[in-house]
Design a protein around this ligand. Sequence first.
Ligand SMILES: [Zn+2]
Length: 382
Amino acid sequence: MQLHRSYLRRTMLLAALAWPAASAAALEHLTIDSPRGDDEQISGEALVEAQDGGLLLKTPDGALRRLPAATIRSRSSDDKPLVPLNDEQLAEKLLAELPPDFRIHQSKNYIVAYNTSRTYAEWTSSLLERLQRAFIAYWKREGCPVAAPAQPLMVLVFADQASYASYAKKDLGSAVGNVIGYYNLETNRIMMYDLTGMQAFGGSRGSLHDITALLSKPAAEPLVATIVHEATHQIAFNCGLQKRLVDNPYWLSEGLATYFETPDLSSSRSWSGIGNVNYSRWDLFRENYHAGKTVPLKRLVADDKLFQSPATAVDAYAQAWAWNYFLIRWRPKQYAAYLKALAAKPLLLEDSPAKRVQQFRDQFGELDELESEFYRRMARVK
Ligand SMILES: [Zn+2]
């Protein structure tokens, strides 16, 4: 069962005949049809403009909104630059959108909106702060130009599955029952719920010590891994490593997230173990390899179908972990260069399978040679 869905791939509505909007700073002021039926006023910077007037708009809260022409009622612009919302303004915006029992917990790089215990919100932000610190330090050492996000990252923590599901069904549809947390590329937020409230854990909500003890149990490991996985996506897309809404291949984005997802709750201050073997992914990969079920690299790279079908997704994630583990370890420079090339791609444009393969080859060389080295090295991983 797929426990998470990190990204919501939608049709790239604006891709047809679109071009990057003029680069001079300008703020668009729009009246659009809101899903609730009334009009919504929004302002932001147009990143892409379609020939029919549809827009990809960056708003001051860091969201990227796709606005089909048919939803835009009126539009005017001035030459002011986009000013990102500060911490207080972001918190205010979140509270205005959420039910009245939500509160805010703010840490250095995160704004957690929650209607569960304050202690759980603190546990969450402390976990994510440690992850972010370690993630950025890791890629800096690898020579990638990364930095802490300019704006704090937003996380919504619901008290229970039911309230989470009623909020998340607009994003996840029928998958909402299987997905315990997700990152939405467009709103740039993570949505999750209080894991300690789950039946399996007796529904207890205790002190920080109790929460840590409960979520350090083996039964909680895949759940915490999901939170870390989604948080890794959010950090990667906000620290300069990856760019939202370009054609990021799933094998890369998902493999990168699985590379970091092994939870480490042993210390409340640091985060060790990045780059360790992720045994749940590794075991499945090895099993599939021995059963002749791994897929050729070309198929993994050319499109995202294996990741999108429930029948093949879990195996594809395992193989993506293995490939990212291999490339980060044995091709670190090429991997960094590949990430850089992906981040430079145009917004909202989907590459053909041939182009995908070519972009891979540009950095890593011929697929056949690489594949034999991959299997040779991975066979020795313990
Ligand atoms: Zn993911």
